[in-house]
Design a protein around this ligand. Structure first.
Ligand code: ADP
Length: 191
């Protein structure tokens, strides 16, 4: 079982790369952003709650996010490994994930970060917003707010995973295929 955390700022390409990696390594892809958006579409209570935060570019509260993630994992008992995309995003989420996996005699294998410069990413997101229909990608202020959330709450996770010797990063600038290759080299080295 390998469990990978795909790490990176908004727009770094986590979702795009996850699509390739999940097939290549037979992993269950869990994107908290996608699950929230699915709930918003279905107008569920969870979706309504998440929307109030996402629309402002703020993180959804930990308690809600952690509960949702755990239930998604429990819904995939036969998985041969998870690819976490957009989770954890806070130290509390990371601690909860460690405890949850440990309760199943499992653990995070590695965290791999996609590195890219903020200004390039903001441009990418505004471009994506033109076609994705995502309200959080269409307004520069909301985008900047997501970066502020990232810097305050998510960036400290790098030290958290470095402390566990589970942090690696790759250059996130290049063609999609090049970046898949860089990530694959890291994942292959874990096996
Ligand atoms: P991006 O990485 O481009 O911001 P995501 O789809 O991963 O896109 O996330 C979109 C939004 O969903 C975030 O801005 C946040 O509001 C919410 N969200 C996603 N994952 C989490 C999480 N782990 N904790 C809290 N909120 C989250």
């Amino acid at each position: 079982m390998i469990n990978i955390v795909l790490f990176g700022k908004p727009g770094a390409g986590k979702g795009t790369q996850a699509e390739f990696l999940k097939t290549k390594y037979n992993l269950t892809h869990l994107s908290t952003g996608d699950i929230f958006r699915y709930n918003i579409k279905g107008n569920t209570d969870l979706g309504k709650l998440a929307k109030t935060f996402m629309d402002k570019g703020e993180l959804v509260p930990d308690e809600v996010t952690i509960k949702m993630l755990e239930s998604e994992c429990n819904n995939n008992p036969d998985s041969s490994g998870f690819l976490f995309d957009g989770f954890p995003r806070t130290i509390s989420q990371a601690e909860a994930l460690d405890a949850f996996l440990e309760s199943k005699n499992d653990t995070i294998t590695a965290t791999v970060a996609l590195e890219a410069d903020d200004e390039i990413l903001v441009k990418r997101l505004l471009e994506r917003g033109k076609t994705s229909g995502r309200p959080d990608d269409q307004d520069e202020e909301k985008i900047r707010n997501r970066y502020q959330e990232y810097n305050e709450k998510t960036a400290p996770l790098m030290d958290y995973y470095k402390g566990q010797n589970k942090f690696q990063s790759v250059n996130g600038i290049g063609s999609i295929a090049e970046i898949t290759e860089r990530l694959s080299m890291v994942i292959n080295s874990l096996k």
